[in-house]
Design a protein around this ligand. Structure first.
Ligand code: ADP
Length: 174
């Protein structure tokens, strides 16, 4: 049997797509682990205004760039439109997504199949969340931060204050 070795991963580009509104320690964990598995990783921030994000695309990209500064094979970009088109344009082989719970699975499975249908050269790889981040999401950070709660355990330290200050503004209290 022809068993592929680690060398066969050479040149592999993985895309970590998401809203990152804002990036959390759960996202960072997935990005770090992807960076160990693939030669290059692009964190692709979805611009889609339809999702009505709390942070602008520029703010999200800027925060992620500062957070991943020390990881040499990680880049940050934004994208709009279909992820399948973006992966084709980048000549990427892999989409990396994190799975927190069974509830994530059905949607992710459907998206992986749809993306492969639209770009037959792309595979989706799922990384299981690290147990300590299983409950963590951007919306949870926003729900706590908007009432002045401490978000230090949930987001990277270098952007914690910026996120906390922003979320305390009255328009985020829903
Ligand atoms: P999207 O709106 O595309 O789901 P998110 O920013 O919410 O974008 O998430 C981007 C990716 O990060 C998704 O694959 C999501 O499952 C993963 N992710 C988010 N939070 C966690 C976490 N705590 N642990 C593992 N993966 C996570």
């Amino acid at each position: 049997m022809n068993v592929p070795n680690r060398e066969s991963n050479n040149g592999k580009l993985a895309i970590c797509p998401g809203s990152f509104d804002p990036i959390t320690l759960g996202h960072l964990d997935i990005i770090r682990r992807a960076a160990l598995m693939f030669d290059r990783v692009i964190v692709a921030v979805l611009v889609n205004p339809g999702k009505n994000p709390s942070f602008t695309a520029e703010e999200r990209i800027d925060m992620i760039r500062r957070v991943v500064e020390g990881i040499s094979n990680v880049e940050v970009e934004c994208f709009d439109g279909l992820l399948a088109d973006y992966t084709r344009q980048k000549n990427a082989q892999v989409i990396v997504r994190g799975l927190r719970a069974v509830t994530d699975f059905e949607y992710e499975f459907q998206m992986a199949l749809a993306n492969r249908k639209m770009n037959e050269n792309i595979d989706t790889v799922f990384l299981t969340t690290s147990a300590e981040y299983m409950y963590l999401s951007s919306s949870m950070v926003k729900s706590i931060g908007c009432f002045g709660g401490d978000i230090a355990d949930f987001v990277p330290t270098c952007i914690c204050r910026e996120i906390a200050e922003r979320l305390c503004l009255p328009q985020y209290r829903k």
